[in-house]
Design a protein around this ligand. Structure first.
Ligand SMILES: NC(=O)c1ccc[n+]([C@@H]2O[C@H](COP(=O)([O-])OP(=O)(O)OC[C@H]3O[C@@H](n4cnc5c(N)ncnc54)[C@H](O)[C@@H]3O)[C@@H](O)[C@H]2O)c1
Length: 283
């Protein structure tokens, strides 16, 4: 039975995962490497919940009880202590994730399930840093986590049926619709979504149309709720560039060869919404 969830990484995804877990009445430890990152994550949760209360979507008492269920920490052992599930949401770099799970292997109870929110990396490769590949699974949430309904569950060859069943149950308690996907680079969502985003950036680079008009083509012409460039801004250009490089390497398809414009924007710190500037200007 899962009562306590440790969320590792309090950034864009981690704070959202911590929020929905607390709202689903799990006890949550929210860990990051620095106190100001933890504080920023907690502040974002407060803001999300306050907005929910303002719009009448969250009861005021749910806001308070949810916040009280989350403990922010920079102590990994404290976060791991008595957790039945760990959800990792740290940057999309294999060596960072394997290093973290190597440490968690020593700190967590034997029965604890390990979930990774990776957008594209091999679950089996991350799981190889632990002694529990049967209890290792991909839990791919979407941004913003408290709004997006999908949970893409990624099963590696050694993931057990019991682990899958437990995570499906957590997913439904969090109010998510779950899909189950095999451990292939980019899974179902990132492989298709990044492909569209990269092509849209190539079109900006080639001067085909403005970012606004390319996005409009997909929202009005294809009924996508958001255009591929705005979505890239929301996800973060750096996050998407990491995924593109990984998929290019793993799948060998030129479709995933990141455009020069994208590399240049990342180098210039134009990362999208989180930095205030991407294909759009953000407040
Ligand atoms: N941004 C998205 O829209 C999105 C969507 C789905 C999945 N993802 C995936 O989620 C993961 C996190 O992405 P994000 O956008 O939240 O990144 P982010 O940069 O917003 O947050 C990452 C957080 O991890 C922390 N961190 C770095 N190294 C750490 C370590 N060793 N231990 C603990 N914390 C550490 C950072 O301080 C930061 O607060 C990535 O794997 C990404 O691919 C992102």
């Amino acid at each position: 039975m899962i009562n306590k969830i440790a969320v590792i990484g309090a950034g864009t995804m981690g704070h959202g995962i911590a929020q929905v877990a607390a709202m689903a009445e799990y006890h949550v430890a929210l860990y990051d490497i620095q106190q100001d990152f933890v504080d920023r994550g907690l502040e974002s949760i407060r803001k999300n919940l306050a907005k929910g209360v303002e719009k009448g979507k969250v009861a005021p008492e749910v806001m308070d009880t949810s916040i009280n269920r989350i403990t922010g920490t920079t102590d990994l052992a404290a976060a791991a202590h008595q957790a039945q599930l760990v959800i990792e949401a740290i940057p999309e770099r294999l060596e960072l994730k394997t290093d973290l799970f190597g440490k968690l292997e020593e700190l967590c109870d034997e029965g604890c399930i390990f979930g990774s929110n990776t957008s594209s990396l091999s679950i089996a490769k991350i799981a190889a840093s632990t002694k529990r590949p049967d209890k290792f699974i991909g839990m791919h949430f979407f941004n913003p986590v408290h709004i997006m309904k999908l949970l893409e569950i990624v099963v590696a060859p050694e993931t057990s049926d019991a682990t899958l069943a437990a995570i499906k149950e957590v997913g439904s308690k969090l109010g998510k619709d779950c899909i189950v996907v095999k451990d292939f680079p980019g899974f179902a969502t990132s492989r298709l979504g990044v492909c569209l985003g990269l092509e849209a950036i190539r079109m900006v680079e080639q001067g085909v149309a403005s970012a606004e008009d390319i996005d409009k083509a997909m929202t009005l012409g294809y009924a996508h709720p958001m255009g591929p460039l705005k979505l890239t801004d929301l996800v973060g250009l750096d996050v998407r560039l990491n995924i593109a490089d990984y998929l290019h390497n793993e799948l060998g398809s030129e479709v995933f060869n990141a455009p020069q414009l994208m590399r240049q924007m990342v180098e210039e710190g134009k990362l999208g919404k989180k930095s205030g500037q991407g294909f759009y200007k953000w407040d």
